[in-house]
Design a binder for this molecule. Structure first.
Ligand code: GLY
Length: 571
């Protein structure tokens, strides 16, 4: 009897040991998912991705199709005139790569190009052709298709070409974005012609066609990146930008290159995290916050303690963003130090569990107090894909503000980004997202502007999550909150619905979605010294896929705050 019990005990402890997450190695688990999944911000994009997977394409082919369709049906969020980060996981090699298709500053750009003669920032980093960085999305699509896809661009771009040529039905969601920047859309005749209906917001259901854009997409499908960056399309882009007072040159386009980068990786408790590397601040800020939080057991804390701690960790990591981060190809960034446990401990040394630390305590000469962020500001898009081999894509793409700079280059249908505003255009001057920066993120020709886009993979040894969201500076805090929810067992649907709050160092306030903090929590946080800002609305648009490897089940969810769609299927 005793021997039997001992045997049971030994067997039980062996079983437990085998299943402890820290010893479970996802790298040797090569079983394939039972299903594939696509979750994106628009049902037509999700459908295009699913069709590519059904035709035998892999996750990378589907990513090209989804990117291109989003460029057509979400002109307010991303497009051929913008850029982004595509995080790829190759299941056979157990390898992750980040495709950096971020825009770059034109060669004629100068550090003070948005400062007027009185030393004040102008609006030209936001409005019109001067606000546009050199786009990366067309180069990224061609690169992903040619290097990692199975299907030709001709196939993966066909849904986008059809939707551009034959049109898509305008939704209320489209109109809410168009109305936020209506005056800007009206300013530019080629823009108004395409994106408005006789100078007014389109009727819901209006079929919006983009014939010039269809031809540009066709050109890319026939000639790869050269179909955009050289020849007829490039000539039209440069001529139109220059005519409108912009500074693009042919060489800006012919020199544009995507960069393959190693993503930021780290662990939080038992979760392996893979996220965006510089020039996105996403992965570094996310890991810094998690490094601080890993010293605590959030689950035993009450709501006020937990929120206070998370906010204090956000404050410190966003401070470092402002102080140190920029394009690593141009400036030295102490990435290893920022991600080290010692650095997290340094931050924890002045973190009080009772009182808020004023951000003012950290303000140094080159960062002055910021302006409040533009409350209307929303932007960008995200999609997540898993194929049935187990390959993964998490991609966040942008043209920055709604409808980017508002400028369409004549004869191309390409709406240009206003991503130049993501540079620190003057030390201490806040951008659209209320973010400040230092000389590390100052404008230089050919440099990439600092981003917050944070496409992310999570792996706890049993479940793999693919996630991300739009939302400017709040992207990182949204991904963080959903990662913490995942750590506590949240489903895909719970992760995208997670209530949101945010602190970004400056402005020194906790911003939160309507109804997320009870009156009692608010007064407790205020008594600790926090300033609060009820945004009175929701924000973000997260899309998540989860593959539970233990039961081999795939689930996916799109944020109810948007109009996206998540689909799961089986070949
Ligand atoms: N344009 C928003 C971002 O890249 O963070």
């Amino acid at each position: 009897m005793l021997r039997l019990s001992l045997l049971c005990l030994v067997t039980l402890s062996l079983l437990l040991a085998c299943s402890t997450p820290s010893e479970y190695s996802p790298s040797i688990d090569n079983s394939r998912p039972a299903s594939y999944a696509v979750a994106s911000a628009h049902p037509l994009a999700t459908q295009a991705g699913i069709e590519i997977l059904q035709q035998g394409g892999n996750a990378f082919d589907a990513a090209v199709a989804v990117t291109a369709v989003l460029a057509v049906v979400e002109p307010y969020a991303s497009g051929l005139g913008g850029g982004g980060f595509w995080l790829l996981h190759f299941v056979d090699e157990n390898k992750n790569v980040m495709i950096d298709g971020r825009e770059v500053a034109p060669l004629a750009a100068t550090r003070d190009m948005y400062i007027d003669e009185n030393g004040k920032p102008t609006k030209q980093s936001v409005n019109g052709s001067l606000a546009a960085g050199i786009p990366g999305t067309p180069a990224a699509m061609a690169h992903i298709a040619e290097k990692y896809g199975r299907l030709p661009l001709h196939t993966t771009l066909s849904a986008a070409i059809n939707l551009a040529r034959n049109g898509f039905a305008v939704s209320e969601f489209y109109n809410s974005r168009a109305s936020a920047v209506f005056e800007r859309l009206k300013t530019f005749p080629h823009t108004a012609e395409i994106f408005l209906q006789q100078g007014k917001l389109p009727q819901v259901g209006y079929i919006l066609q983009q014939l010039d854009l269809a031809r540009v997409l066709e050109n890319i499908s026939e000639n790869g990146a050269n179909g955009f960056y050289r020849g007829e399309v490039a000539n039209k882009l440069v001529a139109s930008v220059q005519q409108a007072g912009g500074i693009w040159q042919q060489q800006d386009l012919s020199d544009y290159k995507i960069v393959e980068r190693l993503p930021v990786t780290g662990t939080y408790k038992n979760i392996e995290i893979v996220s965006a590397a510089l020039p996105s601040s996403g992965g570094i800020v996310l890991m810094q916050i998690l490094n601080m939080l890993s010293n605590f057991d959030l689950q035993v804390m009450n709501e006020v303690q937990r929120k206070h701690l998370i906010v204090e960790a956000m404050r410190r990591a966003y401070h470092d963003r402002a102080q140190y981060l920029g394009d690593v190809d141009f400036v030295d960034v102490p990435v290893d130090e920022l991600l080290s446990i010692e650095h997290a401990e340094k931050h924890l040394a002045d973190l009080s569990l009772q009182y808020a630390t004023p951000s003012q305590n950290y303000i140094q000469q080159n960062i002055v107090n910021s302006l409040p962020l533009d409350e209307a500001a929303q932007n960008t898009t995200h999609f997540s894909i898993l194929d049935q081999q187990g390959n993964q894509v998490s991609a966040t793409l942008s043209i920055n503000y709604y409808f980017g700079s508002g400028f369409v280059a004549q004869g191309t249908g390409v709406l240009l980004n206003n991503e130049m505003d993501d540079f620190a255009i003057q030390p201490g001057h806040a951008n659209l997202w209320g973010l400040v920066g230092s000389v590390a993120n100052a404008i230089e020709p050919g440099k990439r502007m600092l981003s917050s886009m944070s496409p992310t993979f999570l792996n706890d040894g049993q479940r793999i999550a693919i996630l991300g969201t739009p939302g400017g500076s709040r992207i990182i805090s949204m991904v963080l909150l959903s990662a913490l929810a995942f750590a506590e067992g949240a489903s895909a649907s719970e992760m995208v619905q997670e209530p949101r709050f945010h602190h970004q160092f400056l402005p020194d306030e906790i911003q939160f979605e309507a109804d997320v903090l009870t009156t009692q929590t608010q007064s407790s946080l205020e008594s600790m010294g926090h300033s609060l800002k009820d945004l009175g609305r929701s924000y973000g648009n997260m899309h998540t896929v989860i593959w539970d490897q233990q039961i081999n089940k795939v689930t996916a969810a799109s944020d109810p705050r948007g109009i996206g769609q998540a689909s799961v299927g089986t070949n």
